[in-house]
Design a protein around this ligand. Sequence first.
Ligand code: ADP
Ligand code: MG
Length: 245
Amino acid sequence: VSREVDTSGDEKVAAVLSLVAHELREPLAVIRGYVSMLREGVLDASMRDEALRVIDSKTQEADTLVETILLPARMEAESFGRETSEFDVSESVAQAVASVATHAKHEQATISVRTPPEPVPVLADPDHVCRVLVNLLHNALSYSRGSTEVEVAVRVGNPVEIAVSDRGTGIEPDNRERIFQPFERVGDAPSPFTRGLGLGLSISRRLAELNGGSLVLERSTPNCGSVFVLRVPTAPNGTGPPHDA
Ligand SMILES: Nc1ncnc2c1ncn2[C@@H]1O[C@H](COP(=O)(O)OP(=O)(O)O)[C@@H](O)[C@H]1O
Ligand SMILES: [Mg+2]
């Protein structure tokens, strides 16, 4: 299946629908398979437990997919909740790194974190910040080959910058804006963790903007790696020295 999506009107809609259908079919096929084995009674007790576990996780997968498809529209609604507070962005970094631990292990990747010793107060929705960082980390881990290193660095300033660097496949100059468009995917990544709809970066950029920040590809070199930077407004009392990295 080609991961490239044509950008012209009707063809784009058709390509998106076919991508969504394709992505939903996989978990549904697995669920159907296990349900029929359960019905036929061919599984012993321990395999039944395993079947139920898989059915559970595939249902979750399909659910998450549907949620992701609906999220862009929800984000534009007036009622889209934003719970802004002052918090230490280094804590979001730690939380995001922890939540991609399984993926990192699967890729045999190490994630190093560089944060200043003192707290770095920002004003935003902590869930949104964490979500963007998780998306960036999943991408950094996905679009790399073999055991690799990912670095997350917090740069103090106004706004605060969080840079996620990888040594992965990199992005060709022609694709550097395209990757932020919904349903746009480039290249191929076989990891099970990478199966996505090409919505991650468009959702992440919008979340950053809704929080008064931004998300940019700072630099990228094909076959060498990329640096994505999330900017988040500094909390009013938390001014610091200018960016140092
Ligand atoms: N760190 C990265 N290194 C190389 N390519 C990337 C990276 N992050 C994103 N990309 C490219 O941008 C595309 C869009 O990313 P994203 O919106 O997260 O969608 P998805 O990961 O579901 O494909 C990806 O398909 C990939 O080609
Ligand atoms: Mg992604």
